[in-house]
Write a protein that binds this ligand. Structure first.
Ligand SMILES: C[S@@+](CC[C@H](N)C(=O)[O-])C[C@H]1O[C@@H](n2cnc3c(N)ncnc32)[C@H](O)[C@@H]1O
Length: 230
């Protein structure tokens, strides 16, 4: 079990890294960097050897919902820089000799032992078949943490990430083993009515989850669809 990094006790003085306003950075970038440097999950991911703070989102969801078990086959969509691959490979006991976690991202990343990653756009027509070929069969679990690159226009960013979530859901419905699960990043207030209906038709339970590692101020949310009807 993992615990949310603790908030300091009331009255405790916390040393905060500050970046000067005259640093030459755009104000939004300066604030992002300052928040990143002071984020306890970022500090903990460095200490624990995870590639990203996102690793804790999967850890927290899995501690609660028990998706990852030794031997299960997993596909990780939007894998870079590899935090979820690290968690999935460790919890399914996937090894370089017998990998049963496979990822995809159009960004290159350092290899994760036990989780080969296809460097390709998931929206490419050939990507689904390649993933199944690499995995050597149907997955028990499809994960998607895919997020479209931000444009600065919030609504556009949400719509593009929602589209990725819908394509990921179509993929999961077409490849999952009966009884399998689907976990994907989405956004609060996203245009997800139809998607929810389709998931409810195909899975025995569907709900939203917001792990503690997902920042409160972020509209990010995860859709968890369990027990694929097949
Ligand atoms: C939030 S990051 C994933 C972090 C990852 N779960 C981890 O723990 O390190 C989102 C990723 O989705 C990838 N992505 C977005 N659209 C994609 C697409 N069409 N095909 C493949 N990867 C995509 C991005 O390149 C980015 O690396």
């Amino acid at each position: 079990m993992t615990k949310k990094p603790e908030k300091p006790a009331a009255g405790t003085r916390v040393l905060k890294t500050r970046i000067k306003k005259k640093s030459g950075l755009k104000e939004s970038s300066r604030r992002w960097l300052e928040r990143h440097m002071n984020d306890p999950y970022v500090q903990r991911s460095k200490a624990d050897g995870y590639r990203s703070r996102a690793a804790y989102k999967l850890i927290e969801i899995d501690d609660r919902h028990h998706l990852l078990k030794p031997g299960l086959r997993v596909i990780d969509l939007g894998a870079a820089p590899g935090g979820w691959c690290q968690v999935a490979a460790a919890r399914t006991k996937s090894t370089p000799e017998n990998p049963h976690v496979v990822g995809i991202d159009y960004l290159g990343m350092d290899p994760v032992p036990g989780a080969p990653v296809l460097e390709m756009d998931f929206l490419d027509d050939e990507a689904p078949a390649k993933l199944i070929e690499m995995l050597g069969g149907e997955p028990d679990l499809v994960l998607s943490d895919m997020a479209a690159p931000t444009t600065g226009h919030r609504r556009t960013d949400h719509l593009r990430t929602m589209h990725l979530c819908e394509v990921a859901a179509d993929f999961a419905i077409s490849v999952l083993k009966p009884g399998g699960h689907f976990l994907a990043k989405t956004f609060q207030g996203g245009t997800e009515g139809e998607l929810l209906t389709r998931l409810k038709q195909n899975f025995r339970s569907v709900h939203h989850v917001k792990p503690p590692a997902s920042r409160d101020e972020s509209a990010e949310l995860y859709l968890l669809a369990k027990d694929f009807k097949g």
